[in-house]
Design a protein around this ligand. Structure first.
Ligand code: GDP
Ligand code: ZN
Length: 466
């Protein structure tokens, strides 16, 4: 299904850079490019082989726009499966815009968001989950999410799903066949084999569904709440972790009223830090809103860093220990690290004393000086210890996409219905209905079953030029 219109868009990030890439795709991509390109060798690019690069100038009506490199990819051997031309020009936004406008005048249409990848999908170059992985790959900013996106793009779990779908389809047609011979009471579909297949499918679906918990967290970053009274050094800690001055540090207590989120990659895993106010009782309206927010943030966080200031802890230890117990009771399952900051202000003996007091509480403890960068690496290790990256390390398939997750859940539900039906001796015609429904959800993942709304939703999330 080669498209009639030829589309054009900037494929590299918008803004100025050393070079920019302008991409054309469609039946006339090469002819249109040729109409504005003078190669240094004097050769016509339409006579050139696919996957070749040519040096020349973009010229129109005697005006030279830029010296460029032009790459040609001929249908069907291109990303979209259509004729594709990529123009690498100098990266000024002016040059980019001039060339794109010239190409629009020559008959190209501006590409919609994700239209290149949509065309690749429509031309059978990618299945739907692979197309979605393209978007993930582009937006992945750490090793873990990159690894998952790459795996999905290589066809990771969609090939697994497609294979199971095919086996299921086989049984479906055998059962349909039985319906045609309803009078004769025949069994074309071997019930034992069918049951074995259903068990296998169920196992795979459950594993993929379970992987979403890890996948989702890795894709979006692990949320970590940094909680503590004003002025204990939350922002300084964030800066130390982030190694840059992004959160606001101030000497005035309560400056960090709004929660700030920042991302940090530790050992290939993305963390999202949420800087929040403490949980002390207060009459101040703004602050009590802050406290409510803090509880909400703790709720959403995967890990909580509870920060105290060493000097105050020394004086008010019993009060603070009650506070820690309160948090532990409120969120018994939430991984919690009690962090004592500003240890540069205490003696060794005083630090040991605090550690001893906290031992009875049975919580993870980390002493640091955010300002002097002491204990920060140990804290990072503590954070990593909470992340279950087993599946990632073992290179198992991980589902990160909510749409896939939903389809997998629905497919599992249908498969279980089929299995119950089989066990309970349900008639073939009723079973066939459940099987069809399961097949539908499988197809939703790989794109065998699509509709315009679904496609629109998926590709609208892409950037233009992708
Ligand atoms: P927040 O309100 O909890 O975010 O606290 P800030 O990060 O704004 O820090 C409050 C004050 O404590 C600032 O003046 C920091 O420089 C200071 N501070 C932070 N960490 C340390 C530390 O490890 N040692 C010392 N001595 N001061 C610190
Ligand atoms: Zn702060």
């Amino acid at each position: 299904m080669i498209s009639q219109e030829t589309i054009v868009a900037l494929a590299s990030p918008s803004g100025a850079g050393a070079i920019a890439v302008i991409r054309l795709s469609g039946k006339d991509a090469i002819t249109i490019a040729e109409s504005v390109f003078q190669s240094v060798s004097g050769k016509k690019i339409s006579n050139q082989k696919t996957h070749t690069i040519h040096l020349g100038h973009i010229v129109d009506e005697g005006k030279t726009f830029d010296q460029v490199l032009l790459s040609i990819f001929k249908n069907p051997n291109s990303y979209t499966g259509e004729n594709v031309v990529e123009i690498s020009c100098h990266g000024s936004t002016y040059i980019q815009q001039q060339i794109i406008q010239l190409l629009l005048r020559k008959g190209c249409k501006m590409a919609q968001a994700g239209e290149f990848t949509l065309r690749a999908f429509l031309n059978g170059k990618l299945d739907l989950s692979q197309a979605e992985a393209v978007a993930d790959l582009i937006s992945s900013d750490n090793e873990a999410s990159h690894q998952i996106a790459m795996q999905q793009m290589r066809g990771g779990f969609s090939s697994e799903i497609a294979k199971l779908r095919e086996e299921l389809l086989n049984f479906a047609s055998l059962i349909e066949l039985e319906l045609d011979f309803a009078e004769e009471d025949v069994e074309f579909a071997d019930r034992t084999q069918f049951k074995e297949l259903l068990t296998r499918i169920e196992f795979v679906l459950k594993r993929l569904i379970d992987s979403f918990a890890v996948g989702n967290v890795i894709k979006n970053g692990i949320p970590v709440a940094i909680v503590g009274e004003p002025n204990v050094g939350k922002s300084t800690l964030l800066n130390a972790l982030l190694n840059e001055e992004r959160a606001i540090v101030s000497d005035i207590a309560g400056t960090t009223r709004d929660t700030i989120e920042d991302e940090l990659v530790i050992d290939g895993i993305g963390f999202r830090f949420i800087d929040t106010a403490g949980i002390r009782e207060t009459k101040d309206v703004v602050e009590s809103i802050g406290i409510k927010k803090t509880f909400e943030k703790i709720e959403q966080a995967q890990v909580v860093l509870y920060l105290f200031e060493s000097l105050k802890f020394k004086v008010q230890s019993s009060e603070y220990i009650i506070e820690i117990e309160k948090i532990k009771n409120q969120f018994p399952l939430k991984p919690l690290v009690v962090v004592i900051n500003k240890i540069d202000l205490l003696s060794e003996t005083e630090i040991l004393n605090i550690k001893e007091q906290l031992e009875t509480l049975n919580v993870k403890l980390q002493t640091i000086s955010a300002k002097n960068n002491l204990g920060i690496d140990d804290l990072k290790s503590q954070l990593l210890s909470f992340v279950n990256t087993g599946a990632l390390r073992n290179n198992e398939t991980i589902v990160t996409n909510t749409r896939h997750y939903d389809s997998l859940l629905k497919a599992l539900e249908e498969i279980q219905k089929v299995r119950f039906g089989l066990d309970g001796g349900l008639s073939s015609d009723l079973m066939a209905i459940d099987i069809k429904q399961a097949l539908y959800y499988f197809g939703e993942i790989t794109g065998e079953v699509t509709n315009d709304e679904l496609l629109g939703n998926i590709f609208a999330n892409f950037c233009i030029g992708k």
